[in-house]
Design a protein around this ligand. Sequence first.
Ligand code: PMP
Length: 368
Amino acid sequence: MSQSIPEEVRRLMRPSAAALEPYDPAFSEVRVNLSANENTYGMPADVAANVEGALVRTATNRYPAPLADELRRELAAWHGVSPERVIVGNGGDELLFNLVLAFGGAGHVLVSAPPTFSVYRLYAELVETEVQDVPRDSETFAPDVDALLEAARTASLVVVTSPNNPTGDLFPLEATRRLCAACPGVVLIDEAYIEFAHAGASAKALLAECGNLVVLHTLSKAFCLAGARIGYLVGPSSVMAALAAVRQPYSVNVLSQAAALAVVRGRASFEPVIEKIKAERARLLEGCRARADRRVRAWPSEANFVLVRVPRAHEVRERLRDEHSILVRDFSSAPGLKDCLRITVGTPDENDAVLDALAQLTREERAQ
Ligand code: PMP
């Protein structure tokens, strides 16, 4: 819940901060929470046991290794790069903030392709970066690659999300290659949801050939560590050095580093869960299309959520919460997302609950 800032305090703030619309995850206590794209299956038992052991063994009286050296080495080995090409953050969010801190600011342009993750604009504007939007197609949400290439020519930072949040589509690798060639600055492909996409979809494959490409991954989604806040970037060591210079030295705490190390070492155990989520995604998508109403539209997704358009979405979201104790994310008043709700793919029971409730609500709406 965001608090309002009294006028006398607002006057003291830097103008870009005073003008902010704070990020509001719109959270409330419910039975079925499908609003934040977490992994609702929980951690596989073998990994959970290792995490627990690692936490018990971790002393908290000393400061953490600033660059999370052991975790960084493990992540680097996983992705086949040297450790200097990896940086760990307190969630992907911290790394996004550090990117605009290092490469944004007055006189710098960040290019973005909305509708997308709202945090890019929020952080960019906080540090007085000009944001240049290249809107996606209003029906298919396909990015306008030619317009992105044009805008990228004068950008310090281009951010494209793949799979995109909340539309679920991938950004083609060929377009990333062209974007890197066109942009004199840094090109960030935010792959927070890449584990749910088909094999070979990651822009990681282009790191060797594109010297200004940075890829963001997180352990918050597929790997059940949203609460521990661990994200990381893979990119050129020069960019990682710039980010290391602006970061708060101890932002990634010892407990999170220990938990993340156990999760990364046990990553193979997540594969069956990820496959299950992908299968449930197909079922949720089909269910939204079939069991609800003809007026309901659902877009294909390569992530762990689906975007649906339903008549009177805002009201549907409130009734899902208040009458069924199901929380989904409301984008109905966001630009370009009229009447859209984003539903995280949950367990079979959670997905059944949301499908049944949606079918009932749309039936009632129709009867009115
Ligand atoms: N990028 C995208 C596209 C996201 O949706 C999110 C989380 N909502 C993040 C980055 C940041 O995730 P985290 O800070 O939990 O790593």
